[in-house]
Design a protein around this ligand. Structure first.
Ligand SMILES: [Zn+2]
Length: 389
């Protein structure tokens, strides 16, 4: 029997071999926007314990029945906890990726330790937002009267920036964290339509260049998504399905449309349970005079039609005609959250229609129009979220 003492006598290594468990049930998200990491499903001694937009340093997994002495340090839920890996000064740091976690306003953790453990939350400028301690050793058998798995919670005062990091420290001794919970803010996923796909050894656009200005829909959608992102991330977590020029999940020679790519985009939105999914496109028609913005949504029983109509109204405010919105079963829109696909304008509109002073294609060639569209999308999404909290 091989045994080993971690840190100061808290944990006993009972088995020599690592248990490899599937990475399931690592995190759960409730309808309230609360995300809980219970660290279950991870292998004993794994140091890769982050998910859902939070990453940990100085922490690794201990599993009840493997490396964890769980009679003294019982898990709060499941069989796994994380503890302060030796070599990090007794400090565990959790860092949030705001694009995934959104604006975090509340964090909590269940702590067991053999000294007083202090949890501190910081904003992006390293300003302390709150601090709280267990007050003394609280492992089972410590005799202090303090319960194991003590709940420590920090709520960000109103008017303060969100939490971007949390530290736990105990002056170099040993402690465990089991459930780590945070309340994520609202998050938005922007999907810039299309993107280049590798065909043979060459990356090719999914849509042809336009008649007059040689614009590519693949690029236009990304420009406008990035513009909307800049506005939205002042108030929300914003994830992009792509930030580069290529289709993010398309295997080589996938063909157009690339259903694998479309399905993976949707799955990304599902995985992180974003609140709003918006796919940006520009429209095409054989009629060179066809023009205007048009919105689509999928699914009954949610607020997607409201989202689509707000988006089209907003975009048309940037100067293009409002063609309205309607239900349509676009593959990428098969999401459970509110969704809309908005066709910003017709990139094929190279001939003036009656009543038009400039073509949609011309508008799409200007940075000012694309910037206005980005702002309009951000405002429409913001209004939608406020109207549908
Ligand atoms: Zn398109």
């Amino acid at each position: 029997m091989f045994s080993h003492i971690f840190a100061k006598a808290a944990f006993t290594l009972a088995a020599g071999a690592l248990m490899i468990a599937p990475l399931t049930a690592r995190a759960q998200q409730q309808d309230t926007g609360e995300v809980t990491l219970g660290f279950d499903g991870l292998p004993d001694l794994s140091a890769n314990v982050g998910d859902f937009g939070v990453s940990f340093t100085g922490a690794s997994v201990l599993q009840c029945g493997s490396s964890l002495n769980c009679s003294a340090y019982p898990p709060f839920s499941g069989r796994n906890i994380i503890y302060d890996t030796p070599g990090f000064g007794g400090v565990i740091t959790a860092v949030f990726d705001p694009t995934v976690a959104g604006n975090v306003r509340k964090v909590s953790a269940r702590i067991t330790g053999n000294r007083s453990i202090t949890m501190t939350a910081f904003d992006v400028n390293k300003k302390v937002l709150g601090t709280i301690s267990t007050g003394g050793s609280n492992y089972v058998g410590s005799g202090t009267g303090l319960p194991a798995n003590m709940l420590l919670t920090i709520t960000v005062p109103s008017g303060q920036l969100p939490v971007t990091s949390v530290t736990f420290h105990d002056s170099g001794n040993t402690f465990t964290i089991d459930d780590f919970t945070f309340t994520k803010g609202k998050t938005v996923m922007l999907d810039a339509g299309h993107g280049q796909i590798k065909v043979g050894n060459v990356f090719k656009y999914q849509r042809p260049a336009t008649a007059t200005y040689q614009l590519y829909e693949d690029n236009l959608t990304l420009d406008m998504a990035q513009s909307a992102k800049t506005e939205l991330e002042k108030n929300y977590g914003v994830m992009m399905t792509r930030s580069g020029t290529t289709a993010p999940f398309a295997p080589a020679n996938c063909g157009v449309p690339c259903n694998i790519d479309l399905d993976k985009r949707k799955e990304l939105a599902e995985k992180y349970e974003v609140d709003v999914f918006v796919s940006l496109h520009t429209n095409a028609s054989a009629d060179k005079k066809a023009n205007g913005a048009e919105g689509f949504y999928r699914g009954a029983g949610n607020q997607s039609s409201d989202l689509a109509s707000r988006l089209v109204a907003g975009v048309s405010g940037a100067g293009v005609a409002n063609r309205g919105s309607k239900a349509f079963s676009y593959r990428v829109l098969s999401t459970t959250m509110s969704n809309s696909l908005v066709e910003i304008a017709f990139h094929t509109n190279s001939q003036l229609a009656a009543g038009q002073s400039v073509t949609d294609e011309f508008r799409l060639s200007t940075a000012s129009f694309k910037g206005s569209v980005g702002s309009a999308i951000a405002k429409a999404v913001d209004d939608f979220i406020k109207a549908n909290p």
